[in-house]
Design a protein around this ligand. Structure first.
Ligand SMILES: Cc1cc2nc3c(=O)[nH]c(=O)nc-3n(C[C@H](O)[C@H](O)[C@H](O)COP(=O)(O)OP(=O)(O)OC[C@H]3O[C@@H](n4cnc5c(N)ncnc54)[C@H](O)[C@@H]3O)c2cc1C
Length: 437
């Protein structure tokens, strides 16, 4: 398949639209010979390029991004940098080592992000007060019981809450039970990745609006771009589900399209109708449940739609239709604020595998890849990207071992079965969601 720049579309529906206009990109032009090239400037690619620059201060690291920084998943997610993963489907004491492995990776990534946000003074509304995991009915309430057993067995700091406790804090009476997990950071995702991209080490050259259209593997590898050719000794793929467009993980990683909306800034009177907390993040205990935020600048955000759409963003028309689903979730939780309009809607594609595993390591001679975090990639992608730089440079560390410990992916059948399977896989997340959506 021959790609062109149109295979990497973007739109103006993201968290980046809440920020000042991004400066004009400097697309890659000409022919360049480098030791290292990284494809994709999301959290994985940014972390990898940063670490490569530290490890190889005498070499140039070329970071190639198809769109503008902030317009991929890393800039359009819900902004939860987790330390503690929720493993749905019941607590299994036999899996405690696996839970620990994943949480070690999460915590490593969260620590790196915390350090970078502080050292680079990135203004991304970083708040580190943990998250709320509420349950409105049936399956989510049962899941809350499993989650509490897991938190207790793993000795993870948390506070169980009943409906009244949740209402007092968050201002919604929808939920009957829940838990506050104390670790974890909330942030403005587009501001985070822009801040990371704009403060890269001097030996990293970032080119936005520079899609890699083809990889000719060799020594060196040739990367074909609309404006020229890059020749690189070592290549890192941090392109998430779009690695498939370049011929990698085609049958292992697919893109699921999620969408959400943000209200306008609440007035003092509207804000007073909410609970005691000034900002918060709420992650449902049901896989199809809504993710909500009250941002520090007083907007409410709702993300509760997911679909298989061929790994693409939603058109304006389709996104407008999805807003009805976001709206219903919003009004169900905040009936007193039903008059508050949405200012923004966004869609975004997450990379998911059939068995919800992650990808890390060598793909071919001098080609490395990390990605596919199934909706939980801010801290994990940062840790994976950093560890991949070490791994590709011949290093070893406990973090690399943890990243290499991801289970192999379950095989996805070829098209058109892939599309049918992907459709049902994504749809199945809503089974039994009830009031939690
Ligand atoms: C709606 C939504 C909400 C989410 N919420 C959360 C959350 O709250 N917390 C959390 O931890 N995770 C969340 N996630 C998941 C998280 O956003 C991702 O796991 C994470 O951003 C993946 O980072 P990445 O760098 O691997 O990939 P991406 O951010 O997707 O970056 C890959 C980059 O590669 C570029 N690219 C692709 N192909 C090429 C090419 N050929 N040439 C050049 N560039 C290329 C893309 O343009 C893109 O910018 C959410 C995801 C979605 C969709």
């Amino acid at each position: 398949m021959t790609l062109d720049a149109r295979d990497f579309p973007s739109d103006r529906h993201g968290w980046a639209e809440l920020l000042p206009e991004r400066r004009a990109p400097v697309p890659f032009r000409g022919t360049r010979r480098v030791a290292w090239a990284v494809i994709g400037a999301g959290v994985t690619g940014l972390a990898c390029a940063r670490r490569l620059a530290e490890l190889h201060p005498e070499q140039e690291i070329l970071l190639l991004e198809a769109r503008l920084v902030g317009q991929g998943a890393s800039g359009r997610n819900s902004g939860f940098a987790v330390a503690v993963s929720h493993f749905g489907g019941g607590f299994d004491a036999g899996l405690m080592d696996e839970y620990r492995r994943v949480n070690r990776i999460n915590r490593a990534g969260l620590e790196m992000l915390r350090a970078q946000v502080a050292a680079l003074a990135i203004d991304c509304q970083w708040r580190e007060e943990g998250f709320y995991h509420p349950a409105a009915d049936g399956p989510a309430i049962r899941e809350c019981g499993h989650f509490l057993r897991y938190l207790e067995a793993m000795r993870i700091a948390h506070t169980p809450l009943d409906g009244a406790g949740l209402k007092a804090r968050l201002g919604t009476a929808l939920y009957q039970a829940g838990v506050h997990v104390h670790e974890g950071a909330l942030l403005q995702p587009a501001a985070l990745v822009r801040g990371l991209a704009d403060n890269l080490p001097a030996n990293v050259s970032l080119h936005e609006a520079s899609p890699v259209l083809k990889i000719e593997a060799g020594a060196p590898h040739n990367l074909i771009l609309p404006g020229g050719i890059v020749k690189t000794d070592k290549l890192v793929l941090a392109a998430n589900h779009e690695a498939a467009k370049l011929g990698f993980l085609r049958r292992a990683l697919i893109g699921s399209t999620l969408s959400g909306s943000l209200t306008r800034v609440l007035s003092d009177g509207e804000f007073a109708k909410l609970g005691s907390l000034k900002d918060w993040g709420l992650l449902s205990l049901h896989g199809g449940g809504a993710t909500l935020r009250l941002t520090p600048d007083r907007r409410l955000s709702v993300r509760n739609a997911a679909e298989y759409h061929g790994g693409a963003l939603l058109s304006d028309k389709r996104l407008a239709r999805r807003q009805a689903i976001h709206r219903a979730a919003f009004e169900k939780r905040f009936p007193d604020l039903a008059h508050v309009p949405f200012d923004y809607a966004w869609s975004c594609v997450e990379g998911i595998s059939r068995n919800f595993t992650n990808f890390f390591g060598r793909q071919a001679d001098n080609i490395y890849l990390a990605g596919g975090y199934n909706g939980s990639g801010l801290s994990r992608g940062t840790a994976f990207g950093t560890a991949l730089a070490d791994h590709a440079s011949g290093g070893s560390s406990p973090l690399i071992e943890d990243c290499l410990g991801s289970a192999p992916a379950t095989w996805i059948p070829p098209r058109p079965l892939l599309d049918i399977g992907a459709f049902f896989t994504v749809r199945s997340r809503f089974k039994g969601v009830g009031l939690d959506r």
